[in-house]
Design a protein around this ligand. Structure first.
Ligand code: ADP
Ligand code: MG
Length: 414
């Protein structure tokens, strides 16, 4: 039978109490309701759960959700039940297996959560044959890929399970933006390439600037003068972190502290805590800094050298302006950065060299472009952005960029 998006909006209001879909939720839900397998790539907090929970309440049968962690499943279970959705988990931590199995067989469950280890067992396949399945939802789908950061071999066994139910659509969900991982997920889970939906990666309050490095202290102090709030400067090595922190403190008169894995644990923790509490501190750090740091009012992120990839650039600059207020980013590159990175490719194992080179080329493309930086960035993540954002150096300084780009092109092609 057909399920309309109007009916979905009704359920969005009635079941979840939300007025509107966010971002690409409507598109994803629309595809799922049309029975088309989909990989939805949406940032953390974008509302991925809703894209299967909502169809689960509409489509006849049970939606089977594969999730990698018991804690995640129980969170989801709580919130689904709070919305009045008939949901259950089958994990080693559950005592109510019998009730769950009975409810499932009776077709009384909208959502059934399982871990991949359980889902891949023959007994589970048999169980699924005993009732009607509405949808397979695979949460944290990057776990299926060795390219991802959380490879879980049991995710590989989901494809044969799902192949045994060829009429049931599949919805894979992840926040991982990396293009290789995404392509791999499509293959590993048997989702057609046209099923890829990516959105919500734009951070419109972040201004992107990328410039050739000529006088690094001067350039960074300029940024610090224009932006008195807290900032992060990423430097490539511990030695450069130390040196640059000293130089910036002396030249700017602002509080500047170093952060890298070589510091005494006590000093490292104190510098981090100081930064989190501060309204004007600048921290000069290796990329070890930032993960798990929740500071919404970071006003700028600078790179004193190229990041590892566009993904790394996006993630590191993404630490700026989480409060939604305007924030600056500045990448200072030198031709030597790319030359060195290319040289290092020869040390990369052969089977990964091609993809590493592609990463580097993509980053060079972002640095080289005379067009909108944000457009390059978002296109890299599979979005279809407007030609000009008005909030990057190239958009803001459009007439003056040709020379720098020419120089960049010559240097980068060397
Ligand atoms: P993700 O899995 O993508 O990180 P979640 O599914 O956990 O995100 O959702 C994040 C939050 O957004 C939840 O609190 C959820 O209730 C809320 N949310 C999801 N969709 C909507 C919507 N359309 N309108 C308002 N809030 C929403
Ligand atoms: Mg989630």
């Amino acid at each position: 039978e057909a399920y309309s998006l109007d009916a979905a909006r009704g359920a969005l209001r009635d079941v979840f109490g939300f007025d509107d879909f966010r971002g690409i939720q409507a598109n994803v839900v629309g595809r799922v309701l049309a029975g088309r397998s989909t990989l939805a790539v949406m940032p953390t907090g974008a509302g991925k759960s809703l894209t299967y929970q909502l169809p689960a309440t509409m489509i006849e049968g049970t939606t089977v959700v594969v999730s990698p962690l018991i804690a995640l499943m129980h969170d989801q279970l709580r919130s689904a039940r709070a919305n009045g959705i008939a949901a259950a988990t089958l994990t080693s931590a559950d005592a109510d297996w019998r009730e769950t199995l009975d409810a499932f067989r009776a077709g009384a469950l909208d959502l059934l959560y399982v871990a991949p280890e359980r889902a891949s067992q023959p007994a589970f396949r048999e169980l699924l044959s005993s009732a009607r399945i509405a949808l397979f939802a695979i949460d944290e789908a990057h776990c299926v890929s060795e390219w991802g950061h959380d490879f879980r071999p049991d995710y590989r066994l989901l494809r044969p399970l799902m192949d045994a139910f060829p009429r049931v659509p599949r919805l894979a969900l992840t926040a991982t933006a990396d293009a290789h991982t995404r392509d791999d997920i499509l293959v590993q889970l048997g989702i057609p390439a046209e099923g890829l939906m990516v959105a919500g990666f734009d951070r419109p309050n972040i201004r992107y600037r990328i410039a050739h490095r000529d006088s690094i202290v001067h350039q960074l102090v300029g940024l610090m003068r224009s932006e008195p709030g807290p900032g992060i400067v990423y430097a490539p090595t511990r030695a450069k972190v130390e040196k640059l922190a000293g130089q910036l403190a002396a030249a700017s008169g602002r509080p500047v502290l170093p952060y890298h894995a070589g510091l005494e644990p006590g000093e490292r923790a104190a510098n981090q805590a100081g930064f989190v509490a501060s309204e004007d501190m600048v921290i000069v750090a290796t990329i070890a800094f930032g993960m798990g740091i929740d500071k919404p009012d970071v006003r700028f992120v600078a790179h004193a050298g190229i990041p590892k990839s566009i993904e790394a650039f996006y993630q590191e600059t993404g630490r700026a302006g989480r409060d939604g207020d305007p924030a600056q980013t500045l990448m200072l590159w030198g031709a030597g950065d790319f030359a060195q990175a290319r040289q290092r490719l020869s040390e990369v194992p052969e089977d990964r060299r091609g993809s590493e080179r592609a990463r580097l080329d993509a980053l060079a493309g972002l640095v080289e472009t005379a067009g909108c930086r944000r457009a390059v960035l978002l296109r890299h993540f599979g979005e279809d952005p407007p030609e000009a954002c008005g909030n990057c150096d190239n958009c803001l300084e459009a007439p003056g960029v040709t020379d720098a780009t020419e120089i960049a092109r010559k240097l980068l092609s060397a």
